[in-house]
Each structure stands twice: as structure tokens, then as C-alpha cells.
Design a protein around this ligand. Structure first.
Ligand SMILES: C[S@@+](CC[C@H](N)C(=O)[O-])C[C@H]1O[C@@H](n2cnc3c(N)ncnc32)[C@H](O)[C@@H]1O
Length: 202
């Protein structure tokens, strides 16, 4: 489950049945709050989906590499970028993050939001981190699948996403952990978000 076929079918269905909702979905508020003040440079959006965050970054001056393994989601992002006149600022890459190798120490910003990890989370965090240039920022959010207030399983139950503990373990002393905390989500009984913002010192 949560493999390429699952996501491709989900994106095809969602884009077919709810194109307006998808088009109107705003970029992630935590990304805007945390990253909005950084000077633009090169950004990687790993697991970009239909590209709301990639589009926002590009519109704010970033040169973006947007990677996802859903062709349907990427096609939507690409056509939106063309309509917005920012196509030259985003390279859309169809790739599986389990195997796709980012250029090492290349990006001023690596973003990965709500992406299910099929293997080791620590290894995934380290791989994303290795793409960040010295002085650059790693920003990850993982949906934690159990609501801490109620103990109820959330919509993300079954998915493995980044946690605060695993991010702490994965990042060594060459990283400053600016934020590593769980934050409540706006939707009730949907669990918490593990929010990780780290700066590569060396
Ligand atoms: C919950 S969506 C999040 C999309 C976007 N980051 C956001 O915050 O709206 C997860 C996305 O990750 C993609 N994805 C999951 N596993 C992946 C993998 N191994 N390689 C590439 N993309 C993957 C899915 O296709 C999907 O678009």
C-alpha cells in the first residue's frame, strides 16, 4: 500500500472528481511561516504532489526541483506553472524517492511534506539532508497517525512519516535543529504534525 499505483490512482481520481478543490488548495501554512523569510535560491520539493508548495516557492523567486512518482500530479503542477507564467522556475521530475538520488549538497532548501516512507525513516531524512548545501535548510513535516488527545487513529494511520524522534536521531552535529516539535493540526482528531526545520552548519 502507499506505493506508486496507490498514489497515481488517488491523484487521478481526485483531479477528475475535485479539480477545483485541488486548484484552490493553498500552499502549506507552516512552510510559508517558516520559509517565507529565507532568501530564495535552489529548492527541492521531494514528494511535491500537485505542486502547491513548489508553485509558491517558484512564485517567490526560488528555482525549484519538484519530484514525485505520480505522473498525474506532476502534469497538474506543470500545467498550473505554465498558466502562472513560472514554468521556467520549476523542473518537474517523475521519480521514486526510495531510489531517486538528489545532487549532494546542491540545494539551499529541501522540503518534504507528508510523504510516506517505505523503508527506514532515519535513512530517508539523511538522504534528504545530504542534498542540502552548507548554510541551507531542511524542512520536513510528517503527519503522526494517532491523536494524542483521544488516542484515535487518524486518516494517516498505516502511513509512516517523519517523526521528531527519528529526525533528531538522523541529524548529526553538522545540523542546528531550529524546530523539532509536534504541532496540533487544524482539523479535529487528525493527530499532530511533526515539524522539522534544520540548518546545515557545515
Ligand atoms: C500526502 S501527499 C503530499 C503532497 C505534498 N507534499 C503536500 O504536502 O501536499 C504525498 C505525496 O508523496 C508522493 N510520494 C509518496 N511516496 C513517494 C515516493 N516514494 N517517491 C515519490 N513520491 C512519493 C505521492 O505521490 C504524493 O503526491
Amino acid at each position: 500500500m502507499y506505493d506508486r499505483t496507490f498514489w497515481e490512482q488517488l491523484w487521478e481520481k481526485t483531479l477528475r472528481e475535485h479539480p477545483d478543490k485541488v486548484a484552490q488548495r493553498p500552499p502549506n501554512a507552516q512552510l510559508i511561516a517558516e520559509i517565507g523569510g529565507l532568501p530564495p535560491g535552489r529548492a527541492l520539493d521531494a514528494g511535491c504532489g500537485h505542486g502547491a508548495e513548489s508553485l509558491w516557492l517558484a512564485a517567490h523567486g526560488w528555482q525549484v526541483t519538484a519530484v514525485d512518482f505520480s505522473a498525474a500530479a506532476l502534469a497538474h503542477g506543470r500545467s498550473t506553472a505554465e498558466a502562472m507564467g513560472i514554468a521556467a522556475r520549476i523542473e518537474w521530475i517523475e521519480g521514486d524517492l526510495a531510489t531517486w538520488a538528489a545532487e549532494p549538497a546542491h540545494y539551499d532548501l529541501v522540503v518534504s511534506l507528508y510523504v510516506h516512507v517505505a523503508g527506514s525513516v532515519e535513512e530517508m531524512v539523511q538522504r534528504m539532508a545530504s542534498a542540502v548545501a552548507p548554510g541551507g535548510t531542511l524542512f520536513m513535516i510528517g503527519h503522526r497517525p494517532v491523536d494524542p488527545a483521544t488516542g484515535a487513529r487518524t486518516a494517516a494511520a498505516g502511513q509512516v512519516q517523519v517523526s521528531v524522534e527519528e529526525a533528531r536521531r538522523a541529524l548529526d552535529s553538522s545540523w542546528e535543529l531550529v524546530i523539532a516539535e509536534e504541532r496540533p493540526r487544524t482539523i479535529a482528531v487528525s493527530g499532530v504534525d511533526a515539524v522539522i526545520r534544520a540548518r546545515r552548519i557545515a
